[in-house]
Design a binder for this molecule. Structure first.
Ligand code: AMP
Ligand code: MN
Ligand code: MN
Ligand code: MN
Length: 280
């Protein structure tokens, strides 16, 4: 079984990279990618754990692209984390995220909720502080009953404390991942509210390699539509749970089934990328 879209404590997941590998291998995964938002700080630990547990590990990242129609996230699989352009861009994005967070604290103060950096950072496992960690702090204070409610009342777009953050230009997402030797994949393609077929040619010129045709929410009908699109445009089809641990409790590792031929194709494609575990 394959899972090429998973979050750890290096972004907004609740499991450490090692815990992910232990849970993933117990759940029957044989191929797994760590794809934290905007950073690769968990990758070294993840790869070491993959070696220990005899799992094929893939170095990945999830980038947020700047689009006006819904949400476009690009997962980069098999990346060389030491690539200069990518690592510098990620570090700039982390700085901008910190600026956004400062504005988020100020916005909360304006609406009478005085959160301290420490109480929010307490929920973060590493350097990245996400809206999810603000949500968890609000739950702890009993201002809301759940993370979901925190988003619905305060943190989602157009809600009381929403502050937008910078995102990468669409073209840069594809080019940066390619330059780092990785495969750019459109994550949860349904969230980008555009006519996808009409965009694919351009995206392929920029480096698009595939689409996440198997996503944890997808019905058989949706999967079929994305498989057809991938076939038509000669794209890879990837499989991701978008597991976040306790932050998204309905998602579990190892529950998605894909045909063996899809797994083999992914393994072959990723075998040419620099970001894979030694135990490939
Ligand atoms: P940020 O990157 O700091 O803007 O935070 C975005 C993260 O919040 C996403 O990656 C999701 O994991 C999470 N998220 C977004 N909307 C919701 C929601 N309605 N409920 C729970 N988590 C959410
Ligand atoms: Mn997330
Ligand atoms: Mn995403
Ligand atoms: Mn994700």
């Amino acid at each position: 079984m394959v899972d090429l879209h998973v979050h750890s404590t290096a972004s907004d997941g609740s499991d450490t990279p090692t815990q992910l590998v232990v849970k993933g291998s117990m759940a029957g995964l044989s191929l797994m990618a760590l794809t934290d938002h905007d950073n690769t700080q968990g990758i070294d630990e993840f790869m070491a754990a993959c070696r220990e547990h005899h799992l094929r590990g893939v170095a990945g990242v999830e980038l947020s692209a700047d689009v006006s129609e819904g949400t476009l996230h690009i997962v980069g699989l098999g990346i060389d984390c030491s690539n200069r352009r990518l690592s510098e861009a990620l570090s700039v994005m982390m700085d901008r995220r910190a600026d956004r967070n400062a504005r988020l604290f100020a916005r909360f103060r304006q609406i009478g909720i005085d959160l301290s950096t420490e109480e929010v950072a307490a929920f973060a496992g590493a350097d990245l502080i996400s809206r999810v960690h603000f949500a968890q702090a609000l739950v702890k204070r009993r201002i809301v009953g759940s993370v979901q409610e925190a988003f619905e009342r305060y943190l989602s777009k157009d809600k009381a404390a929403y502050v937008a953050r910078d995102r990468f230009a669409v073209r840069d997402c594809f080019e940066m991942i390619r330059e780092a030797g990785g495969l750019p994949i459109i994550a949860h393609p349904h969230t980008w509210e555009v006519d996808l077929p009409s965009k694919i040619r351009q995206l392929k010129e920029w480096g698009l390699a595939g689409i996440e045709a198997y996503y944890f929410t997808y019905s058989a009908g949706q999967i079929c539509d994305y498989l057809r699109l991938a076939y038509r445009f000669d794209l890879l089809t990837s499989c991701g749970s978008d597991y976040h641990g306790s932050g998204k409790p309905i998602v579990h590792l190892g529950e998605q089934m894909i045909p063996a031929s899809v797994e083999t194709t992914l393994m072959t494609a990723l075998g040419h990328c620099p970001g894979k575990s030694e135990s490939w």
